[in-house]
Design a protein around this ligand. Structure first.
Ligand code: S3P
Length: 181
C-alpha cells in the first residue's frame, strides 16, 4: 500500500517547489525537496556537486535522498527534474504515494528557467535545444510514473494546488489506501 504522501515530478521550472509548498501548507503536511536533501546530506550546492563529481555522483546522492523518505507519510515531496531517469527510482516514487506530474510546455519552461544560471544541465551553448532534448527524453518517463498529470503553463498555483489536493483525496480514498483528512 502506498504511503500518504504527494510526490511531485516534472521538468525544471515546472513549479514543483512553489506549488509543493502551497499544497503542504493547505494540507498541513511537511514539505521536503530531494534537491535540498542532497544539499544538506553532502554539504554542497547542486552546481558544485555536478562540477566536482559529475552527474552520476549527483544521481547516486539523489537516489539516497529518495530512499531516506521511504518511511515518511503526510509529506509533500518535490523531486529533481531528472529523478525519473534512474530506473530504480520509478518504483520507489510510486511506493511513496500519489505521484503527480506537473507538466509545462517547452516555451513556458524556457521562459521560466532561462534567467536562472544555477542549473548545471543548462549551462550549454544552446540551452533551448538542451531543454527540448531533455524534455523529449523525459516526457515518456514522467508519463509512465504519474498517477495524475496537470499542466502548469496556464493555471494559477492556487488552482493547481487545489486540483492536486482534490485528486489526492480521491486517490487515498480508494479502498486499498488510507484516507486523507
Ligand atoms: C535536474 C533538475 C534540478 C536538479 C539538478 C538536475 C535535472 O532540480 O535536481 O540540477 O536533471 O533536471 P529542479 O527540477 O528542481 O530544478
Amino acid at each position: 500500500m502506498a504511503a500518504e504522501n504527494i510526490v511531485l515530478i516534472g521538468f525544471m521550472g515546472s513549479g514543483k517547489s512553489s506549488i509543493g509548498r502551497l499544497i503542504a501548507s493547505k494540507l498541513r503536511y511537511r514539505f521536503v525537496d530531494t534537491d535540498q536533501l542532497v544539499v544538506s546530506g553532502t554539504g554542497m550546492e547542486i552546481s558544485e556537486l555536478f562540477r566536482l563529481h559529475g552527474e552520476a555522483h549527483f544521481r547516486d546522492e539523489e537516489r539516497r535522498a529518495l530512499e531516506s523518505l521511504k518511511n515518511e507519510t503526510r509529506h509533500v515531496i518535490a523531486t529533481g527534474g531528472g529523478i525519473v531517469t534512474r530506473l530504480e527510482n520509478r518504483p520507489a516514487l510510486l511506493e511513496l504515494g500519489f505521484v503527480v506530474w506537473l507538466s509545462a510546455n517547452e516555451d513556458t519552461i524556457f521562459e521560466r528557467i532561462s534567467r536562472n544560471t544555477k542549473r548545471p544541465l543548462l549551462q550549454t551553448p544552446n540551452p533551448r535545444e538542451t531543454i527540448a532534448n531533455l524534455l523529449a527524453e523525459r516526457m515518456p518517463l514522467y508519463k509512465s510514473v504519474a498517477h495524475f498529470t496537470i499542466d502548469t503553463s496556464t493555471q494559477s498555483h492556487n488552482a493547481i494546488a487545489e486540483a492536486v489536493i482534490a485528486e489526492g483525496r480521491r486517490f487515498f480514498l480508494r479502498p486499498e489506501s488510507s484516507t486523507m483528512e
